[in-house]
Design a protein around this ligand. Structure first.
Ligand code: 4NP
Length: 154
C-alpha cells in the first residue's frame, strides 16, 4: 500500500491547519509512520504567506519550526492527491464539500471526528483571540494527530 497522504484544511492556512500539519508530522516521525502531510485554506486570503506569528511561536514552544510553511488554497485536485482530507471546522468542511469532485475517493471529514468524545466538534479558532487560544488549538490538533498516527499504524 502506498503511504497515506493527509491534508489539513482551515480558512486561511495560517493558524489552525499549519499547526495540525506540524503536529501530525511530529507524531508520524516519532512513530516511524511514513505519510505525506500538507495543509491548505478554503480561502485565498493568505496565499504564499508564512503562518501567523502566534502560530509560529506556539509550534516553536514544542520544538517545531513552521516558519517555512506557506499558505495555499485547497483545490479540487487535492481530492486526488490526498487519501485523507480533514477540515478543522464545519464551515471549512462545507467549503471542501463544495469543491469536491463527484465520486472522489478521499476520506473527507472533521478532524476531531477521529478523537473519541470529540466527534462533531470544531478545533478552536484562535485567530481573533490571544496567544493562549493557540495553545488550546495546539492541544486539540496534537490529540488528533496522535490518534490519526495510531489509527494509520494499526
Ligand atoms: P486559520 O485562521 O483559518 O486558522 O488560518 C484565520 C486566518 C485568517 C482569517 C481568519 C481565520 N482571516 O479572516 O483572514
Amino acid at each position: 500500500m502506498s503511504a497515506p497522504a493527509l491534508l489539513f484544511v482551515c480558512l486561511g492556512n495560517i493558524c489552525r491547519s499549519p499547526l495540525a500539519e506540524a503536529a501530525f508530522r511530529a507524531e508520524a516521525a516519532a512513530a516511524g509512520l511514513e505519510a505525506l502531510a500538507d495543509s491548505a485554506g478554503t480561502a485565498g486570503y493568505h496565499i504564499g504567506e508564512p503562518p501567523d506569528p502566534r502560530a509560529i511561536r506556539t509550534a516553536a514552544r514544542f520544538g517545531i519550526d513552521i516558519s517555512g510553511y506557506r499558505g495555499r488554497q485547497a483545490a479540487a485536485a487535492d481530492f486526488t492527491r490526498f487519501t485523507h482530507i480533514f477540515a478543522l471546522d464545519h464551515a471549512n468542511l462545507a467549503g471542501l464539500q463544495r469543491i469536491a469532485p463527484p465520486g472522489h475517493a478521499a476520506h473527507l471529514g472533521l478532524l476531531l471526528d477521529c478523537v473519541a468524545g470529540m466527534e462533531g466538534r470544531a478545533v478552536a479558532d484562535p485567530y481573533y483571540g490571544d496567544e493562549a487560544g493557540f495553545l488550546e488549538t495546539w492541544a486539540e490538533v496534537s490529540l488528533a494527530a496522535k490518534t490519526l498516527v495510531s489509527q494509520l499504524k494499526a
